[in-house]
Design a protein around this ligand. Structure first.
Ligand SMILES: Cc1cc2nc3c(=O)[nH]c(=O)nc-3n(C[C@H](O)[C@H](O)[C@H](O)COP(=O)(O)O)c2cc1C
Length: 172
């Protein structure tokens, strides 16, 4: 009998790309899923400019989410990149939830492959957790529906990292 840790996939998504990846990961991992909702309107051209400005300023925002990462052993957090930075909603999420002692993985969807700075921002906000993996995927790849190959590596890592002999969540 395998002993399975509880996994949460939490994501922020403005236009559905990161959401698609989060839903795929949650399905493959048998994880719970939670959308990090930015209570500030982010759609439309004016809000696009505001979004870029808020990201550049690393401004916090008001968010809503349903699940508490404290209840999970492994937390997978997904985000787009805005102006080469972490958008306000995942920034606020990471700054307002303690992930101390948790196994944590990050995924990013973006227009370019220049993601290292944002991964660094995320790691800094989860400094007292164990980072077990990162994965970046281009928006155009998600739109083309070719995500399974790109995500195979992180899924393998997460499955291996989320099986333990010392946890209490039993699966058949
Ligand atoms: C305000 C704004 C700024 C962006 N800046 C960047 C950027 O600096 N680098 C990049 O690769 N993509 C950038 N993007 C593109 C998004 O990261 C990319 O389209 C992402 O996959 C969208 O995810 P979503 O559909 O889940 O919101 C930006 C998007 C927005 C809305």
């Amino acid at each position: 009998m395998a002993i399975q840790m509880k996994i949460l996939v939490a994501y922020y998504s403005r236009t559905g790309t990161t959401k698609a990846v989060g839903e795929y990961l949650a399905k493959e991992l048998g994880a719970d899923i939670d959308e990090i909702v930015d209570l500030k309107e982010r759609l439309g051209p004016v809000n696009y400019i505001r979004a870029a400005r808020d990201a550049k300023g690393l401004n916090a925002t008001e968010i809503r989410c349903e699940k508490n990462p404290v209840d999970y052993d492994v937390i997978v957090i997904g985000t787009p990149i805005w102006r080469n930075s972490l958008p306000p909603a995942p920034h606020t999420y990471l700054s307002s939830h303690s992930l101390k002692g948790k196994k944590v993985a990050f995924f990013i969807t973006s227009a370019s492959e220049d993601r290292e700075f944002v991964f660094k921002q995320m790691k800094q906000r989860a400094a007292d957790s164990e980072i077990i993996g990162t994965c970046g995927i281009l928006q155009k790849v998600v739109k083309n529906g070719n995500i399974s190959d790109q995500l195979a590596g992180i899924i393998k890592t997460l499955k291996a990292e989320s099986v333990s002999n010392s946890q209490v969540h039993l699966v058949e």
